[in-house]
Design a protein around this ligand. Sequence first.
Ligand SMILES: *Cc1c(COP(=O)(O)O)cnc(C)c1O
Length: 383
Amino acid sequence: MLHSSYIEISKSALENNINFLKKEIGPDVQLSSVIKGNAYGHGIEQFAPLAQASGIDHFSVFSADEAKRLLDSLPHPASVMIMGYIDNDELEWAIQQDVEFFVFDLDRLLEAAKTAQKLGKKAKVHLELETGMNRTGFEKGALEQAEVTLLQYQEHVLLQGVCTHYAGAESLQNHERVISQHQKFNKVLEQLRENGLDPVQRHTACSAAMISYPETRMDMVRIGIMQYGFWPSPETYSQYIGNQQDKTDPLRRLINWKSRIMSLKAVTQGDFIGYGTSFQAPRDMLLAVVPVGYAWGYSRSLSNQGQVLIKGQRAAVVGIVNMNVMMVDVTSIPDVQKNDEVVLLGKQGNQSISVASFGELSTQLNYELLTRLPTNIPRYVVD
Ligand SMILES: *Cc1c(COP(=O)(O)O)cnc(C)c1O
């Protein structure tokens, strides 16, 4: 094994999740697979072709570079939508490739219209509305100008979508705000229609909104975290499962992060382990050295806290997580050998280390932890 750890991505788990999501939204709502953040750490190049094979034909990315990586890795054509960053210089490329993109300011809209005119090819834009998130999106005044521009350039700009994003649909605390955003969206949409602007698709929902506010689904949902087998928050999960007869989690996680034991070390009672004095052996111990550390996204805050799986049993991290290695206690696991498999995240035997519990220990969100898995850990697809 060339690399000190690797990530496995499960094809059958993804199929399961996509089937669940499709059943949930029904045949009239399109499912856009959100693959920003390197497909939430799963790897765009590994994940996107699998998603396509499981029936996904629409992808959402954050930026133009991700759109390029996506197009390079997909064996078949698909719709691609950039929700965030694209430089004016890249608009020509996007329009040529039929890549769709959000517009949330006049500059980009005008630039897109002019570029499309020059190319003799329509730009497919999604008009993002400011409804209360206060991040990106057209506000009232600029929106009126945008409407004028859209009408003026109708031959060169297709209003593929009108959209917005909710400010925290995964937490009940934000209930009022989400409801008010949804109402505002519908009101502005109505005005747009009265002014002769009718989008092909209306879309507002992320995973949490799709589950907790079904009225936000409209023509398309933009689903990230749930396709990877994670719930946006414990609240969203309880809300869903509370209404079900069957209380088993319908989602399956795709990711397994594995390494191997690099070396074994016996220490005597009273010895300090690793850097400094954060761990002193309370008895004679056998330690396994695992070649993964914070340089690989295994958080230093898991020092003396984290757990890994070896031979189907839990082994605790002892001492400080170093840049490239950490030590785990294998004293009570029989017959441990050098090169034995170590599971950092995911399943081994009947045990599993979920990102949720890993995240709770390191006070990171599922989202953050997954996307911080370095791109240079190799990813492999398994069944
Ligand atoms: C990330 C993102 C989503 C997907 O969110 P999940 O919670 O992962 O489903 C949807 N829409 C926008 C605009 C996003 O940035």
